[in-house]
Design a protein around this ligand. Structure first.
Ligand SMILES: C[S@@+](CC[C@H](N)C(=O)[O-])C[C@H]1O[C@@H](n2cnc3c(N)ncnc32)[C@H](O)[C@@H]1O
Length: 375
């Protein structure tokens, strides 16, 4: 059987150099051998990396508190949550479990819609969510909501960082993109004019002060995703949680080099050409771009903050207090990982956007800091 690396080389032989973005797309989402599509992606202790839902259920439980408040503003007969990159359904499981225990009425009118590119992960999620079968459905295209779209909350936890990204470099005063070609049968990087027009606009916006040889990553698919969400969300919230920053930090002088990362069994590397299809490849999210596109689409920025602050605002400390027995030491440690700044609390950011409602009425915000940005 041919390996994914051989398949990629074959594509280069046939059609000429491919962009690094295409390489990431094949590495992660080649239908048969891609890291995510093939089911090789493993999240959690025995996997390649942790995500918040894999660390502790209090992440989902805290988000369920936010959802309960959001549902009051939405006031519909049904309540729709759309989760992107739902993976094996852990976050859905924790959210639905918490809603069924603490907000049974809301639970009974919730429609939890999941989008996941990996068929293997969908299978796992279906098993995990068996007890919530009546509440869950799957979607591969937001158009399926029909012309009127939907009202509700969109959740994307560590979804945007898994979208294929372009690698850019300033060379001879021009923005160039990293492409891959073959020399003596081995992959080599070469600079070429960008693959798509949108890169020029992106570069004008964010990479203006760049000098010869300085690099950046650009995930144009993140903006495309938000545009699709914006096209379908009639009224409600978009909650994006991920590692990343605002553009001034992301493209600051100290970071003008390649900053994407590969993960294999919790080992961090910067070499995307080993273990192709066996390791994750990921890049920081540009939250400024999501805010900019949101503004154009009428998705107002409600707040941009750290994961730690968001979780504290929505009551993770109250949940934490319930782990006071010696047998809950493990829960205490895991929950702390989610909100303490030295663990996931500061590195992960939360962007909350809204359309068509008065977000200042959300109690979690009122209590603490309406429209404040603390980083
Ligand atoms: C880093 S994992 C995060 C999983 C989960 N949200 C969590 O926090 O544990 C990213 C997930 O997004 C999925 N994904 C990536 N691109 C996607 C797309 N265009 N549509 C649906 N799912 C996608 C991947 O298959 C993968 O399961």
């Amino acid at each position: 059987m041919r390996t994914l690396l051989e398949i990629i080389k074959e594509e280069i032989r046939k059609s000429g150099p491919i962009s690094f973005r295409r390489f990431v797309e094949l590495s992660l989402f080649h239908p048969e051998h891609g890291y995510y599509s093939s089911g090789k992606a493993r999240i959690g202790k025995r996997g390649d990396f942790y995500t918040a839902p894999s660390v502790h259920r209090s992440f989902g439980e805290t988000i369920s508190r936010f959802l309960a408040e959001a549902s009051l503003l939405l006031e519909g007969e049904s309540f729709t949550v759309v989760e992107f990159g739902a993976s094996g359904g852990q976050l859905a499981f924790d959210i639905l479990g918490a809603l069924s225990r603490n907000h049974p009425e809301l639970y009974s009118k919730t429609s939890y819609v999941m989008s996941e590119a990996s068929p293997a992960a969908v299978r796992t999620a279906k098993e995990r969510l068996e007890r919530h079968r009546g509440r869950v459905r799957w979607i591969d295209d937001l158009q399926k909501f029909g012309k009127g779209g939907f009202c509700g909350v969109v959740i994307a936890n560590e979804f945007l960082d898994s979208l294929p990204f372009h690698r850019l470099k300033l060379y001879d005063g021009k923005i160039q993109e990293v492409f891959l070609f073959l020399r003596d049968g081995e992959i080599e990087e070469v600079l070429r004019d960008p693959e798509i027009e949108g890169i020029y606009d992106f570069s004008k916006r964010y990479l203006d002060g760049y000098s010869q040889g300085e690099e950046a990553e650009a995930c144009l698919l993140a903006g495309k995703w938000l545009a699709e969400v914006g096209g379908a969300l009639q009224k409600g919230f978009v909650l994006s949680i991920d590692y990343g920053s605002l553009a001034p930090e992301l493209y600051s002088p100290g970071r003008r080099k390649s900053t994407f990362r590969c993960f294999y069994r919790h080992e961090l590397s910067s070499d995307p050409y080993t273990r192709v299809g066996e390791q994750d490849i990921t890049a920081d999210v540009n939250f400024s771009e999501l805010m900019r596109i949101g503004d154009i689409l009428g998705l107002a920025t409600v707040e941009y903050t750290t994961q730690g602050q968001f979780l504290v605002d929505w009551g993770i400390l109250e949940i934490f207090k319930t782990y006071d027995k010696p047998q809950n030491q493990g829960d205490r440690l895991a929950a702390k990982t989610l909100f303490m700044p030295e663990f996931m609390g500061r590195k992960f950011k939360v962007l909350l956007q809204s359309r068509g409602l008065s977000p200042e009425k959300l109690r979690g915000l009122e209590k603490n800091r309406p429209f404040r940005i603390i980083l």
